[in-house]
Design a protein around this ligand. Structure first.
Ligand code: MIG
Length: 702
């Protein structure tokens, strides 16, 4: 059941909510029914504060997306104020995104709370340890949705009912992806692509960072470094690659530059005097489109379409917190020595000032006014949300998109996915990213990934491999690194390490039938691909404390290595499972398992069937001709699924897909078509049946 309470008089909307029919509107006093009491008051400085006292005070708190810090969010105050902060130390907060949704779990009482407000907000999850949670916003009012259900799955489904279903990514986006800030020239891009093919390392996507542009001007190509980009794109496509390009919101102030000329004094955010607001970003002096306006989004969308028609297959939206190195105001009170600084100096301004405005100033809420007249501090957290929404709108309608954003707000899943921003090549960040991706799943964002290998810092070969062994199981598997750091392409390491990486990447391609099946079934029924153990094992008390393992789909459990120099780790299994490295059964409970550098511990849970294929160079639109069905049936019984569709359109929304339920029972395989909406491709399936006593193999066509 979803209850909605309005506090104060909201004067802005986040547009996160798409369905409200099922919602029951109640008054503040309702809080007394489910909680131990509450207070709501106006504070000085334009703040509103709600405090709630819990009845059962010893629960777990999960959610808030990819904020860093403990997976269980209990005992801390969190700030929602989208910020570009590139050093993710354990206390870093706020970060790029705002997902003000969390789930509270005790044995007898579970609820989800979505506090929908796109401006400045703080949520305190019992930092005093007295069973009190509080919500504080700067503004006139906000809406809160309280979801009461007795299990986590239903809470998340209700949240997605409110904020919208996830959009499916293209089949090819499940391939391995290679990125770097930057591949500086068309020749360098082609060289990277050729290396993959020559070395037989599978790869589907190459990413272009800011240097493909002319002076970082959005929607342009550098004539100097990419003079024949059309030819480059054609070559890449012929080799089976897709290309994804970065888009930053800041439009360079330059006379005659069409994007700037079309938008000036019309589409840009304003300052307090009514002039276009200006800041310094990569291109130097820039202005920022006001994506909260429909007309601005459609203008931006048309520009995106041009790039798409020109051969770009996907986009990432960066710097949209908004990240600004400095504003005019920052330059007002500088010492005489720095008086010559101009916004034109771009990143150098930040260098000279010794700070990046975004972080120091925590985001310019007061300096910026939207075209609607609203203050930016009330809308800041949906700037990135509206940018990806605008970018989404620029693609052809019935074509799936590879589209991710760094800054986001609840509901972003309707338009695309996210990556977790600028992590580091630190061992600590393997564990961190594992938890951030799982936590994003719990706020309903299914299309997620992190910079494999770490963005900042220099990765070691061992760390790279361990990073990859986690990335391998993520919805998006993208290797990315920053300018000035060591290269991270698989061949940038000694041959023995390259070989291991090649094996890992190939393994990703082997797993595609299972991953895609679980992913698409999850898109259809609002279930994330990557989830913490308790999502599928909520009765198991221990599962609420295990955050260095996770499930991919319901049948595969992964326990990556996140410490240097170790070749074993402890694993908790919530039920009997087949160690998929050793192919032996382990019973429910704790195990010490082997994890040499070329192995990542992962397990297929007993009673399930998972499909794999032979690895390919790159993904077309469907699985291989030959599949293997691994039947994990200790007691000679198991169930599994296989999903198929066209992989590139939204026709799945109209039921144009197949789902087969495969039931194995004492030597017999039964294939039950659950949905028959797509042309079925007959394949040869090799069945491998793992039982307590034997391994049987046989072939079958279907
Ligand atoms: O200030 O475009 O998170 O992925 O490579 C850095 C350059 C700007 C930050 C992104 C990162 C990207 C980088 N960008």
């Amino acid at each position: 059941m979803i209850y909605k309470i309005t506090y104060g008089v909201p004067d802005v909307s986040s547009e996160a909510i798409v369905n409200e029919k099922k919602v029951k509107v109640v008054f503040l006093e309702f809080l007394n029914k489910i909680f131990d009491g509450y207070s709501f008051e106006k504070l000085d400085g334009g703040f509103l504060e709600l405090k709630i006292s819990l009845k059962e005070k010893t629960g777990y708190y999960f959610g808030f997306g990819d904020k860093v810090g403990p997976f269980n969010r209990k005992g801390r105050k969190y700030v929602f104020w989208n910020t570009d902060d590139f050093t993710h130390h354990p206390g870093a907060d706020p970060l790029y995104k705002s997902f003000p949704f969390f789930i509270y779990i005790t044995k007898n009482f579970k609820f989800g709370v979505f506090t929908d407000y796109p401006g400045f907000m703080e949520i305190d999850l019992d930092s005093e340890g007295i069973g009190e949670i509080s919500f504080r916003i700067k503004g006139e009012g906000f809406n809160q949705y309280i979801i009461l259900e007795d299990n986590v799955k239903r809470i998340l489904k209700n949240y997605l009912y409110l904020t919208g279903k996830n959009v499916a990514f293209p089949f090819w986006s499940f391939g391995y992806q290679q990125s770097r800030w930057s591949y500086f020239t068309q020749d360098e891009v082609l060289k990277v692509a050729e290396e993959f093919r020559e070395r037989g390392i599978p790869c589907d996507v190459i990413w272009l960072d800011i240097d493909y542009m002319d002076k970082y001007k959005v929607f342009t190509w550098s004539q100097e470094n990419f003079p024949n980009h059309r030819e480059m794109l054609k070559k890449l496509h012929d080799m089976g690659f897709k290309v994804s390009a970065i888009l930053d919101p800041g439009v360079k102030v330059e006379k005659g530059y069409d994007v700037f000329e079309e938008a000036k004094e019309k589409y840009f955010l304003r300052d307090k005097t009514g002039k276009d607001f200006e800041g310094a970003v990569w291109p130097g002096r820039v202005r920022f489109p006001d994506f909260s306006e429909r007309k601005v989004r459609s203008w931006w969308g048309k520009k995106v379409k041009k790039l798409f028609d020109g051969g770009i297959d996907g986009f990432w939206n960066d710097m949209n917190e908004i990240a600004i190195f400095a504003s005019e105001k920052d330059l007002e009170n500088v010492s005489e020595k720095l008086k010559c600084l101009k916004l034109e100096d771009g990143i150098k301004v930040a260098g000279a000032l010794g700070e990046i405005g975004e972080i120091k100033k925590k985001g310019r809420g007061d300096e910026i006014i939207h075209l609607s007249g609203k203050e930016h501090y009330k809308l800041k957290n949906i700037y990135g949300f509206n940018m990806i929404r605008a970018t989404f709108g620029g693609f052809p309608k019935n074509k799936r998109k590879l589209l991710i954003t760094r800054s986001a707000y609840s509901g972003v899943q309707r338009y695309g996915g996210v990556w977790t921003g600028d992590n580091h090549s630190w061992w600590e960040h393997i564990l961190l990213e594992m938890q951030r991706i799982n936590s994003l799943s719990l706020v309903g964002v299914f299309n997620t990934g992190f910079d494999v290998g770490g963005f900042g810092g220099n990765v070691s070969p061992e760390l790279m491999i361990r990073f990859m062994q986690l990335g391998l199981f993520m919805p998006l598997f993208r290797n990315h690194s920053a300018i000035g750091t060591r290269r991270q392409e698989p061949w940038s390491f000694a041959k023995e390490y390259e070989d291991v990486m090649k094996k890992i990447i190939k393994y990703r391609y082997e797993l595609i039938p299972y991953l895609y099946t679980k992913y698409m079934m999850g898109i259809l029924n609002d279930t994330p691909l990557v989830v913490p153990m308790f999502y599928h094992f909520e009765k198991d008390e221990l599962s609420y404390q295990i955050f260095d393992e996770f499930l991919v789909g319901r049948d595969l459990l992964v326990a990556p290595v996140y410490n240097p120099g170790v070749n074993k780790r402890m694993v908790y299994l919530p039920k009997r499972a087949l160690d998929f490295n050793e192919k032996n059964f382990l019973k429910k409970g704790w195990h010490l398992v082997d994890a040499p550098l070329d192995k990542v511990p992962h397990f297929v849970l007993d009673g399930s069937i998972i499909f794999t294929q032979k690895p390919v160079e790159y993904l077309k639109n469907s699985y291989n001709e030959e599949l293997t069905a691994h039947i994990v049936a200790f007691n000679d019984r198991a169930i599994g699924y296989l999903y198929e569709d066209d992989g590139e359109s939204y026709n799945y929304k109209k039921g144009m897909y197949n789902i087969y339920k495969i039931v194995y029972d004492k030597g017999k395989v039964n294939i039950l078509p659950r949905k028959n909406g797509y042309v079925h491709k007959k394949r040869n399936i090799r069945f491998k049946v793992y039982t307590k006593t034997s391994l049987k193999e046989f072939d079958m066509e279907f």
